[in-house]
Design a protein around this ligand. Structure first.
Ligand code: ADP
Length: 494
């Protein structure tokens, strides 16, 4: 018998990736392709939906070809995607009526301010778990309806379809046969009631969005459809779908209440599994659906740090301190401590739990003796401190202490940063063998549906730790540093 595999499609913000996993949850092949970012005006960020799809199909074919297997060996496809990014297309022609409006796009922020000023925050938080923000899909849909000629009329007649990127890929892979999404992506639209798990009529009315354009919402492991016969040599079932952060939480096997993961990429994305309980945040975190599996819904609290690994990129590209991000570790380790330097990398404001859009970064405590190494060390510490602030907010909301943190993403390769994180949090930091948690999560959802893996406990036993970081410094040693960090933050936010 030939070995069988799961193909995960990871449609990210800057690139499309395809990863082939075997039964042991190991990566067997990988392909990646960047695609064009469009910035038509300040604050606007768009993608070409056709390029999203074509780059995704290209890497899928490449991953299969590289491995020298036949696509007959692919048992199922799992999809994970950049969340919130909004596409509207014509049901008949399959053509988008406008470019994809990307999650980073701020064009609807003044409309969001109006919604807040009209007092809708509480209603929206209560129903969707979200803050009113241009980040989410709802106001982006409204913008397309209001600004692209003819769209509203067509939408009201049922001739158009809306989808986040998962829906767009499913639609194209099934050649227009399926218009579906999953609960994790739906919960990022600001139109979805996370308690009833249905589109919310009151919110649709508020934003003046016709229900006829919405996809049907399904659990994460589900028969979403089969690929059209034109795409692969057999019809491959699409059986797993989840938004990127939820997929990463699942890929990290944070499947029990109280487990938390942090993805250290450009930003840091922290998510805590809160089990079947919907916890409403008192600290401006987001409440979201983690996943729906076997009829049970798992919820999560989420907090994001805007500038994580990006601060290292900045030191590399703008300051010219080193040529490769990985060199930051050696440089920072060449000094014993930060020498009193604190770096608040609020390049684009501060995310959770501060939500200060308008503040900008600062480096604090510089003396004549400050060296490059101190600044680099302070930069790495800033990633750990910002994550600390989010995790402390999560602990307050959840009412329990987080015992361990699972990590992934590019900057999680930095041992010094991981050690600092363990020290600051006084929590064990666990880095897995497979740090491709996002695509792995999508593969797991897909494989569970078809019995490729029999159940979650089989998968759980596959999760392997590559390295664990245990706190080496005491709270007494750390608290003065945390206090200094907060002093630096307060200097720009107060
Ligand atoms: P994204 O998915 O957001 O593009 P990645 O997970 O690929 O991000 O991580 C890339 C980020 O991690 C970059 O901002 C880079 O500066 C940072 N990074 C990568 N390797 C290291 C390292 N060894 N130490 C510190 N930062 C790193």
């Amino acid at each position: 018998m030939k070995e069988k595999y799961i193909l995960a499609l990871d449609q990210g913000t800057t690139s499309s990736r395809a990863i082939i996993y075997d039964k042991q949850g190991k990566i067997r092949s990988f392909a990646q392709k960047e695609f064009t970012q469009y910035f038509p005006k300040p604050g606007y960020v768009e993608h070409d939906p056709q390029e999203i799809y074509s780059s995704q199909i290209t890497v899928a074919a490449e991953a299969i070809t590289k491995m020298r297997i036949h696509d007959l060996s692919i048992e199922a496809i799992g999809i994970t995607n950049q969340r919130e990014t909004t596409i509207i297309w014509d049901r008949k022609t399959g053509k988008p009526v406008y470019n994809a409006i990307v999650w980073q796009d701020r064009r609807t922020s003044s409309y969001c301010d109006q919604l807040k000023a009209s007092g809708y925050q509480e209603l929206i938080r209560q129903k969707t778990g979200l803050e009113i923000d241009a980040y989410f899909s709802g106001t982006k849909i409204k913008w397309i309806m209001d600004n692209v000629p003819g769209v509203r009329k067509k939408a009201e007649k049922g001739a158009l379809a809306f989808g986040t990127v998962d829906s767009w890929l499913i639609w194209n892979l099934t050649n227009g046969r399926k218009h579906l999404t999953d609960v994790s992506n739906a919960s990022r639209t600001m139109l979805f009631n996370i308690h009833t798990l249905e589109w919310d009529v009151e919110l649709l009315n508020l934003l003046d969005i016709p229900a006829a354009i919405l996809p049907e919402v399904k659990p994460n492991s589900f028969q979403f459809g089969v690929t059209d016969s034109l795409i692969f040599s057999k019809k491959i079932p699409i059986t797993g779908v989840a938004g990127d952060q939820q997929a990463a939480l699942f890929g990290q096997m944070c499947i029990h209440k109280g487990m938390v993961k942090n993805t250290y990429g450009t930003g840091c994305f922290i998510m805590l599994n809160t089990g079947q309980e919907v916890i409403e945040s008192k600290n401006r975190l987001l409440t979201t659906v983690g996943w729906q599996l076997n009829g049970e819904t798992t919820y999560a609290l989420e907090g994001s740090v805007f500038v994580g690994g990006a601060v290292v990129q900045w030191l590399r590209d703008e300051m010219g301190f080193f040529r490769q991000a990985a060199s930051s570790e050696k440089l920072a380790a060449s000094v014993e401590d930060n020498g009193g330097v604190y770096f608040v990398p609020a390049f684009t404001g501060l995310g959770a739990p501060y939500w200060s859009q308008d503040v900008r970064g600062t480096i604090f405590g510089i003396t004549r003796g400050t060296s490059k190494a101190h600044i680099v060390r302070a930069a790495l510490e800033s990633i750990a401190f910002q994550s600390y602030d989010v995790i402390k907010a999560m602990e307050q909301d959840a009412g329990f202490k987080i015992e361990k943190l699972r990590v992934d993403g590019g900057a999680s390769a930095n041992d010094l940063l991981m050690q600092i994180q363990a020290d600051v949090l006084q929590t064990n930091v666990q880095r897995p063998e497979v740090v491709e948690s996002t695509s792995l999560g999508a593969a797991y959802f897909a494989g569970l549906q078809i019995g490729f893996w029999s159940d979650v406990s089989e998968i759980e036993s596959q999760w392997q730790m590559e390295k664990e970081f245990v706190a080496e410094k005491s709270t007494d040693e750390l608290q003065p540093m945390i206090d200094q960090w907060h002093k630096a933050v307060n200097m720009i936010t107060k």
